[in-house]
Design a protein around this ligand. Structure first.
Ligand code: ADP
Length: 167
C-alpha cells in the first residue's frame, strides 16, 4: 500500500491544509495526518483538540487517519512503516525551511522522500496563525477553515480570552 504522512502543527486546520489533504488522498492509498507535539510551542488548541478538529474536517475522506506524534518525524514514520512525507508549499518563504527539512530527513533516513504540493492560489495567503488573528478580533473565518469546525474555533477563542481576562 502506498502511504504518506502529512505532518504539521494544525493549530487549527485551515482550508489550505484541507486542500492538501484532499489532493494527497487522491494520490496515495492512505494519508496519515500527523499533528506534531512541540513542547516549546504551546499553541491555542490542545493536541487532542487539533486531532479531533482534523477528524471532523476530513470525515468525508475514507483513506485519512489522524494521529499525533512527538520527537523525530522519521521515527514516527519508521514505526508506522511509511516512506513518503507530503508537504504544502505556499510561498518562497516556505521553500527555504521546507527544503532544509527535506534534506535533513533524507540525511537521517535516505529511504524517505518528501513530496511537495503547491498551494491552490485561493489558499496561498492562508495560515493557522492568520486565521487565529482574524478570529480573535471577531473577523469572519468562513471560507478560511472548514465550515463544520467554525463554531469550535470561535468557542475556543472566546474561552481562551475569558481565561486571560480571569487571570
Ligand atoms: P501553518 O501553521 O503555517 O498554517 P503547519 O505547520 O500546520 O502550518 O503546516 C503543515 C503543512 O501544511 C506545511 O507543509 C505547510 O507548508 C502546509 N500549509 C499550511 N498552510 C497551507 C496552505 N494555505 N496551502 C498549502 N499548504 C499549506
Amino acid at each position: 500500500m502506498n502511504r504518506a504522512v502529512y505532518p504539521g502543527s494544525f493549530d487549527p486546520i485551515t482550508n489550505g491544509h484541507l486542500d492538501i489533504i484532499e489532493r494527497a488522498s487522491r494520490v496515495f492509498d492512505e494519508v496519515i495526518v500527523a499533528v506534531l507535539v512541540n513542547p516549546n510551542k504551546k499553541g491555542l488548541f490542545e493536541i487532542d483538540e487539533r486531532v479531533n478538529l482534523i477528524k471532523k474536517a476530513t470525515k468525508h475522506l475514507k483513506n485519512i487517519k489522524v494521529e499525533s506524534f512527538s520527537g523525530l518525524l522519521i521515527d514516527f514514520m519508521k514505526s508506522n512503516d511509511i516512506k513518503v512525507i507530503v508537504k504544502g508549499l505556499r510561498a518562497v518563504s516556505d521553500f527555504e525551511y521546507e527544503f532544509q527539512m527535506a534534506l535533513m530527513n533524507n540525511k537521517l533516513d535516505p529511504d524517505i522522500e518528501t513530496v511537495f504540493m503547491m498551494t491552490s492560489t485561493k489558499y496561498s495567503y492562508l495560515s493557522s496563525s492568520s486565521v487565529k488573528q482574524v478570529a480573535i478580533f471577531g473577523g469572519c473565518i468562513k471560507e478560511l477553515v472548514p465550515d463544520n469546525i467554525i463554531k469550535d474555533i470561535i468557542k475556543k477563542i472566546k474561552q481562551n480570552s475569558k481565561n486571560i481576562i480571569d487571570k
